[in-house]
Design a protein around this ligand. Structure first.
Ligand SMILES: Nc1ncnc2c1ncn2[C@@H]1O[C@H](COP(=O)(O)OP(=O)(O)OP(=O)(O)O)[C@@H](O)[C@H]1O
Length: 274
């Protein structure tokens, strides 16, 4: 669906943000991109719908060159982006107005705009906030509205750039659940984060460091890769716990316990002992 061929990008002050990136994003896949601060995740995300154009190499979106300025509108219909801070994306005075903005720009007929706004509101389950100012919502609700705003454009691929980093854990969970649902409905998802706990649902994970892809694979392999710590990343807590149990040769089995809560208690007990 999206192909990056030898993509390199340097910011005007000379900071190299991407170096020789080769990547194919398959239709319907959930791709997680992880890396410490400044590793190039956002710059890569911005290349996926032409918000940044490669200085070297090519980004091809369903056969269209995303670097070709005249094709930008087409590319943005296929790939939508949601950013870290939803407030920077709000334009309308009410949620409804905000959601209508994208389809209005596509010059769609009013009935179609209405249909898309209603559908997007139902998708994020925020119908009752239709007439509220998007700026009056909580961080999590605001992020869901930003997501709905992208959905009104009906893109096949959704790119989420560190969308939970400003949210509390509960709101972050809600946003992640919405994203998972969209994936189940067939959307291609690209999700950048520096929190490995969020990536167990991905089909594939890329690890970036200093503008390069340094590790790639299925979650079970990448999340337990010993080089993660050297790359400034904290493995998921369950994997850390499993490593500790292995290191201390502690045996634990489900059969020893009668219920999930006693299993959890047993784990806690063993963990405190190590
Ligand atoms: N507008 C800019 N001007 C100059 N340099 C920039 C700009 N944006 C990013 N950079 C630099 O480019 C490199 C890659 O940054 P990028 O934001 O893509 O990384 P990131 O992995 O998304 O980081 P973070 O997790 O902190 O958002 C970093 O060295 C960063 O300082």
């Amino acid at each position: 669906m999206i192909r990056l061929e030898n993509v390199s990008y340097c910011y005007p002050d000379g900071t190299p943000a991407l170096t020789n990136i080769n990547l194919t994003i398959r239709k319907g896949e959930y791709l997680g991109i992880i890396g410490r601060n400044g590793s190039g995740k956002s710059t890569l995300a911005l290349h996926l719908n032409g918000l940044r154009r490669p200085q070297k190499g090519k980004v091809i979106v369903k056969g269209i060159d995303a670097g070709d300025f005249s094709k930008l509108q087409e590319v943005r219909k296929i790939v939508g982006i949601v950013f870290q801070n939803p407030e920077t994306q709000f334009i309308g005075r009410t949620v409804e107005e905000d959601l209508a903005f994208g389809p209005e720009n596509l010059c769609l007929p009013p009935t179609e705009i209405r249909k898309r706004v209603d559908r997007a509101l139902a998708e994020i389950k925020l119908e009752k906030y239709r007439h509220h100012s998007p700026k009056s919502l909580s961080g999590g609700q605001g992020q869901c509205v930003a997501l709905a705003g992208v959905l009104t454009m009906e893109p096949e691929c959704l790119v989420f750039d560190e969308v939970t980093s400003m949210l509390d854990p509960d709101s972050g969970e809600t946003v992640l659940r919405r994203i998972k649902k969209l994936h189940e409905k067939g959307k291609t998802i690209v999700y950048t984060t520096h929190n490995l706990e969020e990536l167990h649902v991905a089909d594939r994970i890329l690890v970036m460091d200093r503008g390069r892809i340094v590790l790639e694979g299925e979650p079970e392999n990448v999340l337990s890769d010993p080089s993660l710590k050297d790359l400034g990343l904290t493995p998921p807590s369950l994997i850390e716990l499993a490593e500790q149990l292995k290191k201390h040769e502690i045996e634990i089995s489900w059969e020893n316990t009668s219920s999930p809560s006693s299993f959890a208690e047993e784990l806690c007990r063993l963990f405190l002992k190590t």
